[in-house]
Design a protein around this ligand. Structure first.
Ligand SMILES: CC(C)(COP(=O)(O)OP(=O)(O)OC[C@H]1O[C@@H](n2cnc3c(N)ncnc32)[C@H](O)[C@@H]1OP(=O)(O)O)[C@@H](O)C(=O)NCCC(=O)NCCS
Length: 175
């Protein structure tokens, strides 16, 4: 309510905040996010993971961002699978917002900022995303940011112990 949303590149110092949010929200996220090993929920495990994300960033395949509300870390927004070749220039987008900060418009604004970053800084042309059929909040976030559904990938993601269809979303960044 009234707090500002910003995004920036993830940093090694974000490990403890990310681990704390994901440990607290493990039950709420179970239907929506892939299962993770125990170290994912520790600062040391997140530090290692962030090192990997920053290495992928240096290689040009990922732009790993965090979402801030009034300067405090509340989530992540990740531009992944970047294909920079002139005939492709596309990537896929993923995000989460900690339960304590949900339903205040942060994901919607963070995705808007990521779209601007992908267009202006990464020079991309097209972005894709995938949601579970039942993930209505995530679908609202995408629709609000100009994404359209374009298909269904059957049995494409294993979440909470079973395979689920993925609703596929696209946005042409210049439109
Ligand atoms: C999906 C997620 C990122 C949304 O974050 P958020 O900051 O709460 O999103 P916003 O506040 O910007 O927007 C949420 C929208 O969903 C709507 N919404 C909330 N609960 C809803 C429900 N049960 N049914 C339908 N719509 C719902 C809100 O009204 C809002 O829509 P609006 O813009 O029309 O008002 C967050 O819930 C999350 O991290 N969930 C767990 C992980 C996840 O699902 N990641 C995405 C995987 S594809």
């Amino acid at each position: 309510m009234g707090s500002s949303t910003s995004i920036r590149l993830i940093e090694p110092g974000d490990a403890a905040s990310v681990a704390a949010h994901r440990a607290r929200d493990v039950e709420a996220f179970r239907p929506w996010e892939p299962a993770q090993p125990p170290e994912f929920f520790t600062p040391a495990g997140q530090a290692e993971r962030i090192d990997g994300l920053l290495a992928a960033h240096r290689a040009g395949t990922v732009w790993p961002g965090v979402v801030l509300a009034d300067g405090r870390l509340i989530g992540q927004v990740t531009v992944g699978g970047i294909l920079p070749q002139p005939h492709l220039r596309r990537a896929s987008l993923g995000y989460w917002i900690a339960c304590v900060a949900q339903n205040q418009g942060h994901a919607g604004r963070a995705v808007g900022l990521a779209i601007r970053w992908m267009t202006d800084e990464l020079g991309l042309h097209r972005v894709e995303a995938s949601t579970r059929m039942a993930n209505l909040p995530s679908q609202r976030v995408l629709r609000r940011n100009g994404f359209s559904p374009y298909g269904v990938a059957r049995s494409s993601i294993r979440l909470d112990g079973s395979w689920h269809d993925g609703l596929l979303w696209e946005r042409i960044l210049s439109e």
